[in-house]
Design a protein around this ligand. Structure first.
Ligand SMILES: *Cc1c(COP(=O)(O)O)cnc(C)c1O
Length: 458
């Protein structure tokens, strides 16, 4: 892992000088300046390891064969690493030539494929060896861990989540409460932003946790909110939950690969994530789960499958459960080596630098985007993401187009026609993620100019 702090600092100084309030000079607003930022960016070379979709493959009619899209959807599905296909081919080849013996021999042996690569994820989530398992989808992992960690008894039966949580999280929590024979209307507490606001006040979250006190069983919280991009002070949220005797689990879908996570040091009880967003594994590939080493897995309620059994006696098939300990005890069945292979290339690329460096560059990309948007199209947009506080955002920026001509929906369609890949949500919100792994400062510059021309056609 190579530290490039001084180089990132140079980049920061360039941007600071250029976009400092009131100093957005015409010289700094050139494409040449954005290109200089790309040259200075010590992580910029990583883009060369990815296939970036071409506009001609996304838009019906586009003359330029080679022009790459402005891909700002890495928060939803990351781009494909160039090396991924060869890892999949190697797994297929191993199966082809070894048949049954591919289980324990050759490249990414089937029976051990998850354990072979799980060390690559440790620095990305800030976990210790033995605290993570690569398995299932995020939703399945959340289900397994909610089964284990929601243990309502007496007064202690409430779960706190954020208002407008991701649908899967909401449904899983509500149905978990029903599975316990309780009523979500009474036991599920959603914390809302203040009237007229999109983002949550940190104090309101802590206050709700303290208020709920000994009625609180569990807090499920995201380090990064999927829609607003808001980054939370997770350590304090976890500590507040623990102070009232509740557990705290984290949904890291939008945190992983975006910001530095410290699951172990923060003392998260459990966490889950998916592998296809910022991590750039393939669509629907295996996600992961974390269980803090201070918690004895044997004391938790769980569905048991044969894969959670200790490896050395798993194949005795004597139906005497002997769990492997920790989160790996939650594994139910065989891991999928083809899917696992899709995680190898992107995880190796992440392991070239620390997550704090990816986070720093991601914040510079989003900061540059915010500054240009304010300077160029500020009158037509309202930021959803906390745009003035660098600690409260990662690389994602969401904003609302204020009503006017052209209509927000038409603006979004036009962006797509120009090769911009991003999300739109009715009535007029746009979500963009310039990711530190493969986006460029010139992507940001070009995007803002395309948007400017759509909003203010000459
Ligand atoms: C993407 C995402 C999911 C998706 O879950 P899957 O099981 O991978 O389909 C769940 N929760 C959040 C917060 C997400 O952002």
């Amino acid at each position: 892992m190579r530290e490039v702090t001084a180089e990132i600092r140079d980049l920061e100084i360039l941007i600071d000088d250029a976009v400092h309030e009131g100093c957005v000079t015409s010289e700094n607003r050139t494409r040449g300046f954005a290109a200089k930022l790309d040259e200075t960016n010590p992580l910029g070379y990583l883009r060369g390891h990815y296939f970036i979709p071409k506009i001609k493959d996304l838009v019906k009619q586009f003359d330029d064969e080679n022009k790459e899209a402005i891909y700002f959807n890495g928060n939803s599905l990351g781009c494909q690493p160039k090396a991924t296909a060869s890892h999949i081919t190697s797994v297929l080849e191993n199966w082809k030539v070894k048949g049954m013996n591919c289980h324990f021999q050759g490249y990414l042996p089937a029976a051990l494929c998850d354990e072979e690569i799980q060390n690559l994820i440790l620095p990305i989530v800030g976990a210790k060896a033995g605290e993570v398992a690569l398995m299932n989808s995020l939703s399945v992992n959340l289900q397994l861990l909610l089964l284990a960690f929601y243990k309502p008894s007496g007064r202690r039966r409430k779960i706190i989540i954020e208002k407008h949580a991701f649908p899967s999280d909401y449904y899983l929590v509500a149905s978990r409460i029903e599975l316990a024979g309780l009523d979500p209307d009474e036991c599920l507490m959603e914390i809302s932003p203040k009237e007229g606001r999109h983002t949550l006040d940190h104090e309101d979250i802590l206050h709700a946790i303290e208020e709920t006190g000994d009625e609180l069983a569990l807090v499920l919280w995201p380090p990064v909110q999927y829609f607003t991009g808001q980054v939370f002070n997770i350590e304090e949220i976890i500590s507040a939950a623990h102070n009232v005797g509740a557990y705290c689990g984290l949904d890291c879908a939008h945190g992983i690969g975006n910001i530095e996570l410290k699951l172990h040091d923060w003392k998260a009880d459990f966490a889950v994530w998916c592998g296809y967003k910022y991590l750039n594994g393939s669509p629907g590939t295996v996600g992961g789960a974390f269980l803090h080493s201070s918690i004895d897995a044997k004391t938790l309620i769980k569905s048991r499958g044969w894969w959670g059994h200790k490896l050395d006696s798993r194949f005795k098939m004597d139906n005497n459960w002997d769990g492997s300990g920790g989160i790996s005890e939650f594994r139910l069945g065989n891991p999928p080596p083809i899917q696992m292979a899709t995680l190898v290339a992107p995880l190796e690329l992440f392991n070239r630098h620390s997550m704090s460096q990816f986070e720093a560059v991601g914040k510079l990309l989003s900061g540059y985007l915010i500054s240009l948007l304010r300077a160029v199209v500020g009158s037509r947009i309202t930021f959803i993401t906390p745009h003035t506080d660098v600690d409260s955002r990662g690389c994602q920026v969401s904003f609302t187009l204020t009503s006017g001509k052209p209509e927000p929906k038409a603006v979004f369609r036009d962006l797509r026609e120009h090769g911009v890949v991003c999300d739109f949500r009715e009535p007029g919100s746009i979500r963009l993620a310039p990711v530190p792994m493969y986006n460029k400062f010139t992507d940001v510059f070009d995007f803002v100019n395309i948007l400017k021309n759509i909003l203010h056609p000459e």
